[in-house]
Design a protein around this ligand. Structure first.
Ligand code: ZN
Length: 508
């Protein structure tokens, strides 16, 4: 057996351990009773430590070394050469982290997530505070494993967006902030031009389920290799290429919640499902753990989910096709509401408290707020006990709002509870990448909007399959975007998209 094959076999073992942990995570977020947290924390600590030890073993090091020599003469873009390259980068990073730390981190994160779930409904920040302090402390310790660095946040961002630096994110955010704040300001000056009240009526959950399922299937989410469940914070969990699960949440008084969450998560799931078998079953180091999917970055992941959710699901052509079905399903809340009114309602721009329910024009401001707070926590210019106050001050600064309670403020997202400090920029990077991909797709598939009006999503999905999914983690996000669009990552297409779309809706 050649060294490359032996390497793939060993990576397959690490992959299976990571997949086992993913199932424990899925279960924790959907089914597990609160009393299970302590036992689950021990199990996840053990599985993650075992996966880590196997990944950084002397055997892996030797096989990587031998495989590097074996693939040296091959096409540098071949699967073999690229896999060896990506795994080598992940290996060098993973081995900086002590095995004990990995076990300790997953133990603490599991309990912290449980504490967050219990603290959130009652807005009880004090109950969650010791856990958050623990997670922030662990992430500070983690960054130090990678010293020296230009910025203490760099090693954290790199967990989600391999190769990306804090400085690049700051520059990109500055460019976005200026144009988005100007856009939001001119929209708000137009006053109440859009009425979203019809979205907040009585929408029976059963029917919402049926509609969401129909849409997810039509877009291309393969439910033979997937399923949809309910969770407090919607997520996608790819256990292996044949089992990619999504979750959503239903609000009987708001049609947008489940619908757009389901489309968003279906976008993630289609990416995981689209990685070809020839490069699947390899773990990537994403989200500070070994993850059982061979994908480029969380930014690329979010580009897929945000593209389907917004560019497709909040677009007019999509509703030309689906609005008659929706109206038939919900005749009374949508009585007298025409397509155009509905389209404008789902795109209403209004500064809001909750990131996941915010409109496209203000969404990135929610991310920038979190980026500011995370970098301050990491540089120690902010401590956890002052976080709620800092959150509320930033909400005023960015969105002109003050949360009435912590559930709608600092406690709203799951990320910090599981130590995902460094993830949030991926959402905005995803938006920006989606803008750039979309511009290129509409050049390559000129009648795309007519296809979508007919409920046909096949050419869009196959474009994404060919240009994004097929490459798995062979390229980092910068290279992937360059290869798929012909241009380096730039915010221009996304800003143009926002200004055109909202310019038309609000007659700016
Ligand atoms: Zn997402």
């Amino acid at each position: 057996m050649d060294s490359y094959t032996k390497l793939r076999n060993l990576l397959g073992e690490v992959f299976d351990l990571a997949a086992t942990d993913a199932l424990l995570d899925w279960d924790q977020q959907t089914m597990m009773p609160p009393g299970g947290a302590e036992g689950r924390a021990r199990a996840r600590a053990l599985i993650n430590r075992t996966a880590h030890d196997r990944f950084v073993s002397a055997e892996m090091e030797d096989l990587l070394e031998a495989a590097r020599k074996e693939v040296a003469g091959r096409d540098p873009d071949s699967d073999e050469a690229r896999i060896v390259r990506r795994v080598s980068i992940d290996f060098e990073k993973e081995r900086r982290v002590p095995s004990e730390w990995v076990a300790h981190f997953f133990y603490a994160a599991t309990l912290s997530q449980q504490a967050w779930e219990e603290a959130k409904p009652g807005s009880d920040f004090d109950k969650f505070k010791p856990h958050l302090e623990k997670m922030v402390g662990l992430r500070r310790e983690y960054a130090d494993f990678f010293a020296p660095y230009d910025h203490v946040y760099d090693p954290l961002v790199d967990d989600f967006e391999p190769g990306m630096k804090t400085r690049q994110i700051s520059e990109l955010f500055a460019q976005l902030r200026q144009r988005q704040v100007r856009l939001v300001r001119s929209i708000l000056e137009r006053g109440k031009a859009v009425n979203a009240a019809p979205l907040h009526r009585s929408y029976p959950v059963r029917k919402q389920e049926a509609f969401s399922l129909e849409v997810a299937r039509a877009l291309g989410y393969d439910l033979r290799c997937g399923r949809i469940d309910v969770a407090a914070h919607p997520f996608t969990n790819g256990l292996n290429p044949g089992d990619v699960r999504i979750t959503t949440r239903y609000d009987p008084r708001y049609i947008g919640s489940a619908l757009f969450s389901t489309i968003h998560e279906s976008g993630h799931a289609m990416y995981d499902q689209g990685v070809p078998a020839s490069i699947a079953n390899i773990p990537t180091r994403l989200g500070q753990s070994l993850s059982p999917s061979f994908v480029s970055s969380m930014g690329v992941h979010e580009s897929q989910s945000r593209l389907w959710e917004n560019f497709v699901g909040r677009g007019r052509p999509f509703w030309v096709h689906y609005y008659p079905t929706l109206k038939k399903l919900f005749p009374s809340p949508l009585e007298g509401v025409g397509l155009e009114t509905f389209y404008r309602a789902i795109n209403k721009v209004k500064p809001s408290l909750i990131r996941t329910e915010s409109d496209e024009a203000t969404y990135n401001l929610h991310v920038m707020l979190r980026f500011d707070l995370e970098t301050s926590l990491m540089t120690r210019s902010l401590e956890v006990s002052d976080l709620p106050e800092a959150w509320n001050a930033k909400m005023q600064e960015y969105l002109g709002l003050t949360p009435p309670d912590h559930a709608q403020g600092v406690l709203q997202d799951i990320h910090w509870s599981i130590g995902y400090i460094g993830y949030f920029p991926s959402y905005t990077l995803g938006n920006v990448m989606a803008g750039q991909l979309w511009e290129r797709i509409t050049e390559d598939v000129p009648d795309l909007s007519h296809q979508i009006e007919r409920g046909e999503f096949g050419s869009l999905l196959s474009w994404l399959r060919r240009n994004v999914h097929a490459h798995g983690a062979k390229f980092d996000s910068g290279e992937l975007i360059l290869r798929s669009t012909g241009k380096p990552l730039t915010a221009e297409p996304y800003l143009r998209y926002l200004e055109t779309k909202f310019g038309e809706i609000y007659k700016l």
